[in-house]
Design a protein around this ligand. Structure first.
Ligand code: XBP
Ligand code: MG
Length: 261
């Protein structure tokens, strides 16, 4: 079975959007609402174990003494902050503040040149993806992708597999025909729960992630990448990924001949 699609995570994978994008935009929203709150780089790192910006706000509000006491008021406040955060994020990424990670464009082009398809599977909202990618890839960015699955389509956030299952459905592919590119443990768990093998390209916030569940691990697509049962490569490139995918399927089939692989 050939590798037919690469399914990309967005935040942390396509671009380092968290520390200098979403985090700063959350702080913009706190300031705009006159709240004396500020998420430091370290605090945001703690909060990133919760997927989803709204869910992250609700967690923080539940943990602070100076937030509204009732759950209903906290939800209303979190929704308004999240709305403002997304508007601030769009303004920030529109001025080219956050570039794609090195190697992303190259690997996308290689995959497409070999007839593979591209998809997006993200926890963030469509407007945030649009703001980032229209700046980085141009207004017609979505033409490059056969499926774009965002928070609006898959409300069950990673590590739930919903977003990846939906991406497979829209691509009309089986799990063993695709490979996910992720940066975080929640992302790896989400793709694996959908049966998809994962390349982990660690982002800054998940630099210490061991990569359990991923078939290959690197710190970036332009740097060295390692995987079990195949020689390391100096960078992540399409022929190496196809070789890895083929060997992985062969091993899985040998170990479990009844499996879908
Ligand atoms: C990462 C997330 C998102 C973003 C913020 O998504 O968990 O919540 O931090 O975006 P992924 P929202 O890595 O799956 O792309 O505020 O829109 O949730
Ligand atoms: Mg991510």
């Amino acid at each position: 079975m050939a590798l037919r699609a690469l399914i990309w995570d967005v935040d942390g994978t396509l671009a380092e959007t968290e520390r200098d994008g979403h985090r700063l935009a959350f702080n913009d929203a706190f300031a705009a609402m006159g709240l004396p709150w500020h998420w430091s780089v370290d605090r945001y790192g703690e909060l990133l174990t919760t997927s989803g910006g709204l869910e992250r706000l609700l967690r923080d509000l539940a943990e602070r003494d100076d937030a509204p006491r009732s759950a209903g008021e906290r939800l209303a406040l979190a929704r308004e902050l999240h709305r403002r955060k997304n508007a601030a994020y769009a303004r920030r990424v529109a001025c080219d503040a956050i570039a794609l990670r090195p190697g992303v464009l190259r690997l996308m082009q290689q995959a497409r040149a070999h007839g593979a398809r591209l998809a997006i599977a993200t926890t963030t909202g469509r407007a945030n993806v649009d703001a980032l990618l229209s700046r980085q890839l141009g207004a017609e960015w979505s033409d490059a992708f056969d499926a774009v699955v965002c928070a609006e389509d898959a409300p069950l956030k990673k590590p739930h597999p919903q977003v990846y299952l939906l991406a497979l459905l829209r691509l009309a592919l089986r799990a063993d025909e695709a490979l996910a590119v992720e940066d975080s443990p929640q992302g790896v768990a989400s793709a694996r729960a959908a049966g998809i093998e994962v390349l982990l390209a660690r982002s800054t916030y998940f630099a210490a992630c061991e990569g359990r569940g991923a078939i290959a691990v690197c710190n970036g697509l332009e740097g060295a990448v390692s995987a079990r049962g195949i020689p390391d490569a100096a960078q992540v490139h399409w022929p190496w990924l196809c070789d890895l995918h083929r060997r992985t399927l062969r091993t899985t089939r040998t170990a479990n001949p009844q499996s879908a692989y």
